[in-house]
Design a protein around this ligand. Sequence first.
Ligand code: UDP
Length: 341
Amino acid sequence: MAKILITGGTGYIGSHTAVEIFNAGHQYIIVDNLSNSSIDVISGIEKITGVKPIFFNIDLKDKTLTEQFFNSHSDIDSVIHFAAYKAVGESVQEPLKYYENNLLSLINVLENIKLHKIKSIVFSSSCTVYGQPNKLPVTEQSPILKADSPYGNTKQISEEIIQDFIKSNNGNCKAVSLRYFNPVGAHESAEIGELPLGTPNNLVPFITQTAAGIRAELKIFGNDYNTPDGTAVRDYIHVVDIAKAHVAAINRLLNHHNKSDFEVFNLGTGKGNSVLEIVKTFEAVTGIKLNYRITERRPGDVEQIWANTDKANIELNWKTQTSIGESLLTAWIREKKYRRI
Ligand code: UDP
């Protein structure tokens, strides 16, 4: 059993990871400033696990507060670092907010990892680092292209910062960067899920809110892509499968099974689905007819991307377990529970 710090642990992927870290028999502490999450998530996790999580409301871009936290928790074995802003569109409008928050928080965490001789970190990265790859499915060796958004750039720069940090640290700290494809769905209990603050940017929350009658219609951004049905293709992966990959990464680091001090893994299903396929699958599993309309493309969207998952499957001994239909159903059940419908 190890003690894991989960930064951003009340967020979407963080909260599901907290549950799986608990299920794997580890202790954990959540740090989050609730800037894009709710304190209710803590009780959601408690309902699932039967144990109230230890939680600290701390803004990790505050150097002093971060230091104070680590000084009073010097027995942390490993960190899973989720805490970051994640809205692509907002990052284009407010780039400095994204660079300040995402990079300062990471730097403060790394400084304390060094100070307290913490042995490892798992970083929450994204397939956005690949842009539109020339070859599909995309492997971890694919080139990192210039980021399309400040958000994407913070993920690229963060990976570089971590790599440089690891190199400078003479093997005392190891890191795994997990590049997520499109996380969807919710815990089967529906006690936690994606928090629907404001108008969603992502496809699946928009679908469930349209089905719930909160949005009048779903706009499908473009049907003139070079894909089988003309709509854009992504690799949608259930959030609990992503959470379980974090457990695999932590155990790999704790057990010294890592092959180098900085490793990268794609977290996807290995399968691409078009927007229209997602809509049709949602309709099939829920029996709800969605009101949707084809509109123009969304600026900045890539045409198609899905993961080659061989490395994660073999090295992390991890595989996705949830189909896209099951994933969409959990998203809908969560939406209904949250809205009390
Ligand atoms: N999308 C859409 N309508 C929406 C939201 C998203 O057609 O209201 C499309 C979007 O253009 C992309 C796919 O759904 O092709 C996934 O978008 P999302 O924002 O969920 O994730 P991304 O892959 O952009 O990070």
